[in-house]
Design a protein around this ligand. Structure first.
Ligand code: C5P
Length: 401
């Protein structure tokens, strides 16, 4: 029995494939998992609460405003009591609600209120799956750390062929086992601090110094560490990417605030400094908007260096995290610069990447990195930033094992 003692909250939304949820419950129970079902109104068109209750041997929840259910177990508690939330089948509608934070029934409210890992098994018509709206919603959800199984490709109930079929119950079970097995969460019990994004250093109340960092790589690293079981504090500068799920996020603007948030978050086992921190800030930001004066010379800005967050946290001392990872984004002499950064900042590893404009890496979706440590250099191929994050998280887990 691979899932003894584990609790799965199974959310069944309305699709022809909802009948397969019955088989999934049977497989989960066979592996020792406790299963509690939440059924949407549309889901109830396809399976009955009675059959779910009989197979799960637990009360089935369906209504948001049920007085008896709320008095026994509130909707917040319902999600907190589970180790994993599984949405199977997940219709285009519930995925859209999740991506947009809607909470208009029990299932969507539980999904919004949870701090537990979430696995979705999409099932819908092939055109609905391929629609840019659904694909954008999936990108949002996976960016927040939601795990996905399927959909499979094949003949569909609507007489069409293509991707959209619910993954088979044994495939969903395997995904659940891998998410809940201790081997898949090697960083559980560890605390990781990750910085991400640019900083904004005010010049006056309306202007600031910034850079082109999108925060994608840092946010992906935070999500990947959380997926391996770490408790993650993400300290993020101003970005347009969503907060990853299951990660506690501190939003800051300036380098000074970022350092303060990192120091407050200590102690940590792991620290990954992926933020593109501004090297300089105004000595004194103007309190009023600096005015253009006709005929006058442009103002000269007096800059002072920002604190180096990586070097400060990596300095030897009782609170130094066991593994400190810095980044080196360079346009010239990448590896030499990264190696000297490793020593100068007392980091354990430097993730070096070439950010020359021609590479499209800064702000783009892919990254080609080299991992520099005292042991040598690992050259990784061009990978999606999510993939770089997963590999880095796995390398971190191996180093701390
Ligand atoms: O010196 P440089 O900015 O190239 O160093 C890059 C590395 O140092 C990155 O990991 C970055 O997050 C970190 N850094 C920092 N605080 C700064 C400047 C850089 O943490 N003020």
């Amino acid at each position: 029995m691979t899932l003894t003692g584990k609790r799965v909250l199974l959310i069944i939304s309305g699709g022809i494939a909802a009948f397969k949820a019955l088989e999934l419950i049977r497989l989960l129970r066979k592996q020792g998992a406790g299963v509690t079902c939440v059924l949407t109104d549309n889901g109830a068109q396809f399976v009955t609460p009675l059959s779910l209750q009989a197979l799960s041997e637990s009360k089935v929840y369906a209504e948001l405003f049920s007085l008896t259910d709320e008095s026994e177990m509130g909707h917040i508690q319902l999600s907190r009591a589970a180790d994993l939330l599984v949405v199977a089948p997940a219709t285009a509608n519930i995925l859209a609600k999740m991506a947009n934070g809607l909470a208009d029934d029990l299932a969507s409210t539980v999904l919004l209120a949870t701090d537990k890992p979430v696995l979705v098994a999409p099932a819908m018509n092939v055109r609905m799956w391929l629609h840019p709206a659904t694909q954008a919603n999936m990108a949002t959800l996976t960016g927040r750390g939601v795990q996905v199984v399927g959909p499979d490709e094949g003949a569909m109930a609507c007489n069409e062929f293509g991707p959209g079929r619910l993954a088979e119950p044994p495939e969903i079970l395997a995904a659940i086992e891998s998410l809940l097995s201790p081997a898949s969460r090697p960083l559980s019990g560890r605390h990781a601090i990750v910085t991400s994004g640019p900083t904004h250093e005010p010049i006056d109340p309306v202007r600031y110094i910034a850079n082109r960092s999108s925060g994608r790589q840092g946010h992906a690293i935070a999500a990947a560490l959380a997926a391996l079981g770490a408790r993650v504090t993400l300290v993020s500068g101003p970005v347009n990417v969503p907060d990853p799920a299951g990660v506690s996020v501190r939003h800051v603007e300036t380098a000074a605030q970022m350092l303060d948030a990192c120091q407050t978050a200590l102690p940590a086992d792991i620290a990954v400094f992926a933020a593109a921190v501004a090297d300089w800030r105004m000595d004194q930001a103007a309190t009023g908007k600096i005015k253009k004066q006709p005929g006058a010379a442009p103002p000269s800005l007096h800059l002072v260096p920002n604190p180096d967050i990586l070097a400060t946290i990596a300095a030897a001392g009782p609170h130094r995290p066991r593994l400190v990872v810095g980044f080196a984004a360079e346009t010239d002499d990448l590896l030499d610069n990264a190696q000297s950064k490793l020593r100068r900042k007392n980091a354990d590893w430097i993730v070096a990447n070439d950010v020359s404009p021609a590479t499209g890496i800064m702000g783009g979706a892919d990254n080609a990195v080299h991992i520099i440590s005292a042991d040598g250099i690992d050259h990784w191929p061009l990978l999606a930033k999510d993939e770089v994050a997963k590999r880095l998280a796995a390398r971190i887990a191996a180093a701390l094992a």
